[in-house]
Structure formats: structure tokens, C-alpha cells
Write a protein that binds this ligand. Structure first.
Ligand SMILES: NC(=O)c1ccc[n+]([C@@H]2O[C@H](COP(=O)([O-])OP(=O)(O)OC[C@H]3O[C@@H](n4cnc5c(N)ncnc54)[C@H](O)[C@@H]3O)[C@@H](O)[C@H]2O)c1
Length: 377
């Protein structure tokens, strides 16, 4: 039996997945907020509660699900790994480049499993497109666009009027502070490639001049292969969005694009595809015409699995974490990818404040020589 302790209520997004596994038990919950601690532990029938994270680490648990604010992720992950616990960490991985190196060292030293909870990688359509990429339907990929657009100004202040962590660690910083929901799927499609350098620009301060973060941040990522990924992070602009994440993927033979609203759907076009133009002259086909390419576990998902939050993704992410523990094999969303994707946001702040200067991303992959680990301007 794998005993799991959760820190932060967001961790309950994994509840359906955790409860669906007969080999998993949620035994502990930790949160600084005493009222929430009581309410959630009663609601979910969790025996042991803690206000102090380190106290939970003393308990009889095998793994922790870290869903506290982002500035707590690395200190809590390191403490857990040093206490011999496996770690699932919410996004982003950490808040400074040094922290990311400490995290990697702690994972390597501990020999424990570390998984990055990048749930967008588990969206069914992301997995479906990945299979289509692998089967060569897009030809050779060379360009992607991705964005995270989500006005978060209503959650930078708590109901009691105090500023929340998001006021400081997200909208209180420059750059694309929340890049991993967008980069995770894209880098799964550009499998085996790596983000080698970035150049970032901010649009200035038009929406909320009182905040440090620019209205919109654009980051051009150059991959090791020379291919390009264009990332936009915007957590300020007032606008309705059909989905907080948006993707476009271009290859030599075709293109995939997610919905834009107004009845639009996720869609695809391939060279030579037989498809009459619709009333608006478009020749795309809905991605749902290609569900044969969904990986089996998504195709055969039960209603219970599909009902899990974020289109079932919060179910399968749990499955991979538990399987990684059972097989003692680091998962695909491992610490190296977590750090690479997170570092794009951290270093974009430096580029935005230096007129879009190109910055080389340190090589976070395993056993890299020290010179490859530097931030190079
Ligand atoms: N993957 C996703 O789709 C997704 C969605 C929302 C949030 N998140 C991530 O989840 C994390 C939490 O976000 P949230 O929106 O739930 O934040 P929140 O502010 O609503 O909740 C954070 C909780 O952590 C508790 N907490 C803070 N510091 C603590 C500490 N040192 N020890 C114990 N408990 C502590 C707080 O009391 C609070 O209950 C963030 O990292 C965020 O980026 C991910």
C-alpha cells in the first residue's frame, strides 16, 4: 500500500485518481489554514492532519503531493526527498535557477521518484496529437505557438483583503512566470528536442500599471534543432477565453490548432486532405474525426476516469506517478523537464528587462558538464 500525504487543497484535484487505485491510501493532509484543514479532512475522511509540513514528513507516509504555493515547492520537495518520500510537485517547479539545481541534486541523491504535475501533458487531445506526430502525419515539425491566457487579478487578493502569494510570485514579477502548461505539451510533441535559448518581450503596463508584470509577455524559444516555439503568457488582459491554453503545431505536411471560441473546435488540416470548404472557406477537419489515434487508455477510459478534472488528465497523471513508484522508474514528466520548462519563465524576466536579449537556457539534463549549466547571455 502506498500512503500519500497531501499539502495544499489543490492536491484534491488528484482525489478521483488516487481513490481509484486499490494500492493507494490518502492518509495525511497538511495546510496552514486550520479551518480548511478541518473541513477538507472531514469531507474526505483523512485521518491525520498537520499545519506544519515537516511534521507530516514524520508520519507514516511514502509519498507527498505538493500543492502549496509555488515558492514552497522546492523547499518542501527537498525536505520530503531527504525524508525518503516520493514527490509529486505542482507547477511551476521552483522560483529561482539555483533552486532548480538544488532540486535536481536532491532527486538524484535521494533515489526517490519526483514527478512534475504538468496536467496539460495529459489532456486527451494533447496525447492524441502526440500519436499523430509519432506516426508522421505532420511530416517534420518546425514551429509551434502556445499560450496561457487567464486573467488572475481576482485571485491576487484573498477574501479578507490580504494580498495572496500570486500578487508577489506571479504578477509581482516580470516575464512569463507560468510557462509550463503551454511548453509541456509542445515539448512532448517535439520529443527529444530541448529548449536551448529564449528572447522575451513585454507589452508594457496598460491594464494594471500598479503591477510589475507586463500585460502580455511573448517568449520566442529556439530549440536545440533550431526550430521555434512562440509562447505567450498573459494573466492580466480582460477578455473572454474559451480555454486558458491555446496551441498551434505546424509541420511540413499539416497543422493542428486548438479552438478559439465562437463554436470553434480543435482542428487539423493535412496536405491532400479531402475536405470541402465550409461556409467560411475553411478546410479544417475536427480533431474528433481522428480519435483512433488516442492512446488506448484514453480511448478506453471509464466514465469515472473521464469525469476527473481537466478532461480526465488529473486521473492519468496519478496513474503514472503511482506506476513510477511501483516500478522505481522516473516518470516521463521528470525533474529535468520540470526544470527546463520552468526556467524559461524565470529567465524570460531577465530578457524582458534587457530589451529582449537572447539568453541560453542552462542544460538541465542529467550529467551535463558544469559549463553547460550556466546562464549564458
Ligand atoms: N495544474 C493546475 O491546473 C493548477 C491549477 C491551480 C493551481 N495550481 C498550482 O497549485 C498550487 C496551489 O495553488 P492554489 O490556487 O491552490 O493556491 P491557494 O492559495 O488557493 O492555496 C494554497 C494553500 O496552501 C496552503 N499553504 C500555504 N503555505 C503553506 C505551507 N508552508 N504549508 C502548508 N500549507 C501551506 C494555504 O493555506 C492554502 O490553503 C500552485 O503551485 C499553483 O500553481 C495548478
Amino acid at each position: 500500500m502506498i500512503k500519500v500525504g497531501i499539502v495544499g487543497a489543490r492536491g484534491f484535484s488528484a482525489l478521483t485518481g488516487l481513490r481509484a487505485r486499490p494500492d493507494v491510501e490518502i492518509t495525511a493532509f497538511c495546510d496552514l489554514n486550520e479551518d480548511l484543514l478541518k473541513a477538507k479532512s472531514q469531507e474526505h475522511n483523512i485521518k491525520h492532519t498537520y499545519r506544519v509540513f515537516e511534521d507530516m514528513l514524520e508520519a507514516d507516509i511514502d509519498a507527498v503531493w505538493i500543492a502549496s504555493p509555488m515558492q514552497c515547492h522546492v523547499p518542501q520537495a527537498i525536505a520530503a526527498l531527504e525524508a525518503g518520500k516520493h514527490v509529486m510537485s505542482e507547477v511551476v517547479a521552483g522560483i529561482s535557477i539555483d533552486e532548480l539545481w538544488w532540486l535536481i541534486e536532491a532527486v538524484e541523491c535521494s533515489g526517490k521518484i519526483y514527478m512534475f504535475a504538468e496536467n496539460t501533458c495529459y489532456y486527451p487531445y494533447v496525447q492524441q496529437v502526440r500519436e499523430m506526430v509519432r506516426k508522421g502525419l505532420f511530416g517534420e515539425l518546425y514551429y509551434a505557438e502556445c499560450s496561457y491566457i487567464h486573467d488572475i487579478t481576482d485571485i491576487i487578493v484573498y477574501p479578507n483583503g490580504k494580498r495572496s502569494w500570486r500578487y508577489y510570485w506571479q504578477l509581482g514579477t516580470h516575464g512569463a512566470f507560468y510557462p509550463t502548461h503551454s511548453l509541456g505539451p509542445v515539448m512532448q510533441w517535439f520529443e527529444d528536442d530541448r529548449i536551448a535559448s529564449i528572447a522575451a518581450f513585454g507589452s508594457g503596463h496598460h491594464v494594471r500599471p500598479d503591477l510589475r508584470n507586463e500585460d502580455t509577455t511573448l517568449v520566442m524559444c529556439r530549440l536545440e534543432s533550431g526550430k521555434l516555439v512562440n509562447l505567450r503568457v498573459d494573466c492580466l488582459s480582460p477578455r473572454p477565453v474559451p480555454s486558458t491554453v491555446y496551441f498551434q503545431l505546424q509541420g511540413t505536411k499539416g497543422v493542428f490548432e486548438t479552438l478559439r471560441g465562437c463554436g470553434d473546435v480543435n482542428k487539423i488540416w493535412f496536405k491532400g486532405m479531402e475536405q470541402p470548404e465550409d461556409a467560411n472557406g475553411r478546410m479544417y477537419r475536427p480533431l474528433s474525426d481522428f480519435t483512433d489515434y488516442l492512446p488506448d487508455r484514453f480511448k478506453n477510459a471509464s466514465e469515472d476516469q473521464k469525469s476527473s478534472t481537466h478532461g480526465g488528465s488529473d486521473f492519468f497523471i496519478v496513474d503514472d506517478f503511482i506506476n513510477a513508484i511501483n516500478t522505481n522508474t522516473q516518470p516521463e514528466c521528470n525533474v529535468y523537464k520540470a526544470c527546463e520548462w520552468t526556467s524559461v519563465g524565470l529567465l524570460s524576466a531577465l530578457s524582458v528587462t534587457n530589451n529582449g536579449r537572447e539568453i541560453e537556457i542552462p542544460n538541465f539534463r542529467k550529467n551535463m558538464p558544469r559549463e553547460e549549466q550556466f546562464i549564458k547571455l
